[in-house]
Design a binder for this molecule. Structure first.
Ligand code: ADP
Ligand code: MG
Length: 593
């Protein structure tokens, strides 16, 4: 795990990054070349239509790569948001002769508002419900398009849709769409590395842990959903200008499924995947046109190829390629050296960091925690022990806000956190690890710990920005002895090392109080000794720890104070040695083993 020498101060060498625009110059040169190509190549009408469709659809599919790929939330109404943009441009330019630009903007805003409202009203629900609500929304939008004839022309659709003066010819309009695609692609491509993007990935990988490390899960989901919707709206607006005619069947539920298939086929995690999927799903039917004379065969082959790709490349075509590339790259990258981690727990408040009074948690008739008092002194290790099922984990879950307390009060440094959601408690200074490890599995060790470091109010970061985050995360990883493997994916680490990464994630946040739920569970004896060593180094910096553990040697050596639970009630509390000799404690343990 770690040797003391690894934690000696060393110079930090996080490279000064070049200005953003300079680093991304190749991308913009490539994009400009594509735009120029689209503007100058003499495509025939058929090719032009295919390109126009692929370009605008890809933008809508980018939206899905944000909401589904990055944030893990389903949206089965992307065609409806696409319709918002298309009808805004269609009706606005054709019936009311309003400027194209204004209509495009209005369409985006309408999609944004609809997406945000739909998101806010449904994203507290889980998977199936969210899917059902988005389908209903999609159906309602389709019904309005068909039946509000006075506004939408009904099934006849909207003809003679206008384009901006600047891009009157189809060729120049295509070039404009390609430019928009490149801009949106740039944004979506870099989103995962921003704070918002990391939060979305954390929510996707492990919602529960995301809340506990300080992310506002609900708000992150709403942002993702609204972003997806606005990209749908933009794509629809561009589409309407491109084809000059729209009708309700282009925005039906079936089209939402097509968008979804496009994103899954190419690889939902990346805009490159979205682009590949969109291109393929538009092109495959064209390639298979020669089969159209045999009814049924065409659809069978089309369906089969889609199923085969998704079956053998569950992360899509690009996901498959990227994973291979990523494995190769992780071996090449050496992480920067890091300085020694400073744990500077807040020292406001008095002697008692955590004051729990009369805490209860009932599951129906089961009193898992029943009127428990705990007072954790500043700067020490406090152990919470008890036989299996005595309510230890439940207590921790109530403390960190995963469960709502049935009764009782929790004060952290004098602040009442009893009713706060998990992320606010983390912001208030609570850090924790889990009995069954909860890391963000699709990310590297470093990214996991960076998310911890992002805790709002982490004064070790301040306004330091991304470089400071990386630095802090590297320090925390080095502190637990894994600095050298920062860029490896979680799946490559042993169980014991995953535990250490979880501890590093909590430490990077610079918490006031660290809650550890059975950190030694599943470790072999050497790893246990090393963990013990690590706990001592944490405690030596004055960080207060509340630890649950079964290992009595570890507990008696590390903790100054012990609280014992049995059947949800506190049966002993006080200085370690005295508590361990207490007759009730002895009999509770003997009785249970
Ligand atoms: P410990 O961590 O001390 O082993 P727990 O806190 O996990 O114990 O469990 C205490 C009691 O509460 C057990 O009887 C357990 O079955 C019950 N329990 C824990 N979580 C839940 C839950 N989500 N729903 C119902 N019962 C639960
Ligand atoms: Mg437990």
């Amino acid at each position: 795990m770690s040797s003391p020498s690894e934690n000696m101060p060393v110079t930090v060498s996080v490279p000064r990054s070049k200005p953003l625009l300079l680093r991304h110059l190749p991308y913009f040169i490539g994009a400009a070349a594509l735009v120029a190509l689209a503007a100058t190549m003499q495509f025939d009408g058929y090719i032009l239509n295919i390109l126009m469709q692929a370009t605008t659809f890809a933008i809508a599919v980018f939206g899905l790569s944000v909401v589904l790929g990055l944030c893990g939330q389903i949206n089965l109404a992307q065609a409806a948001f696409f319709g918002f943009g298309a009808y805004a441009v269609g009706i606005g330019t054709s019936d009311y002769h309003i400027s194209y630009w204004f209509c495009l903007l209005a369409g985006c805003l309408m999609a944004l508002v609809a997406g945000a409202v739909l998101g806010m009203s449904t994203l507290r629900l889980g998977g199936h419900y969210l899917a059902m609500v988005t389908i209903s929304f999609q159906q309602i939008v389709t019904l309005v398009m068909i039946n509000a004839i006075w506004l939408t022309h009904g099934p006849d659709g909207v003809p003679r849709i206008g384009r901006p003066d600047l891009f009157q010819s189809s060729q120049s309009y295509l070039a404009f769409c390609v430019g928009m695609l490149a801009l949106v692609g740039y944004f979506v491509w870099h989103l995962p590395d921003t704070r918002l993007g990391r939060a979305m990935r954390a929510v996707r990988d492990n919602e529960l842990a995301a809340g506990v490390v300080g992310i506002d899960v609900f708000r992150t989901k709403v942002y993702a959903f609204a972003l997806c919707a606005v990209l749908g709206g933009l794509a629809g607006g561009l589409f309407a200008g491109g084809f000059a005619y729209v009708s309700p069947d282009q925005f039906s539920f079936a089209e939402s499924i097509v968008f979804l298939t496009m994103s899954l086929l190419g690889g939902v995690a990346s805009p490159i995947g979205s682009a590949i999927g969109t291109g393929l799903l538009i092109l495959i039917p064209e390639w298979l046109r020669f089969l159209k004379s045999v009814p049924g065969l065409y659809l069978a082959i089309y369906g089969l190829s889609v199923i085969l790709i998704i079956r053998f490349m569950p992360d899509g075509i690009w996901g498959f390629v990227a994973a291979a590339f990523e494995r190769w790259r992780a071996q090449l990258k050496t992480p920067p050296a890091a300085a020694a981690l400073q744990l500077k727990p807040a020292t406001v408040g008095g002697d008692i960091v955590l004051e729990v009074t009369g805490l209860s948690k009932y599951f129906g008739g089961l009193k898992a925690v029943d009127g428990v008092d705990i007072a954790v002194k500043r700067g020490g290790v406090h152990a919470l022990i008890g036989p299996n099922g005595s309510g230890k984990t439940t207590t921790l879950n109530v403390l960190s806000g995963l469960y709502k307390a049935t009764a009782g009060k929790i004060l952290l440094d004098g602040t009442d956190i009893t009713t706060m959601p998990p992320h606010q408690r983390t912001a208030a200074g609570l850090g924790r690890t889990f009995q069954n490890i909860r890391l963000f599995r699709s990310m590297t060790a470093l990214e996991n710990v960076e998310i911890g470091a992002e805790r709002p109010g982490n004064k070790m970061i301040g306004e330091g920005g991304d470089a400071a985050l990386t630095e802090r995360a590297m320090e925390a990883l080095t502190f637990v002895g894994l600095g050298g493997r920062a860029n490896e994916l979680i799946s490559g680490f042993s169980y014991g090392h995953q535990r250490l990464i979880e501890i590093a994630r909590a430490l990077a946040a610079n918490p006031t109080l660290l809650l550890l739920d059975e950190p030694a569970a599943g470790l072999n004896s050497t790893e246990k000794l090393e963990l013990h060593e690590l706990l001592k180094r944490i405690a030596a910096q004055g960080l207060t720890i509340l630890i649950i553990d079964h290992d009595m040697t570890l507990v008696s050596e590390a903790a100054q104070h012990i609280t014992v639970l049995n059947f949800g009630r506190r049966i002993a509390d006080g200085e370690s040695m005295a508590v361990l000799r207490h007759p009730d404690v002895v009999s509770a343990y003997l009785g249970s083993e």
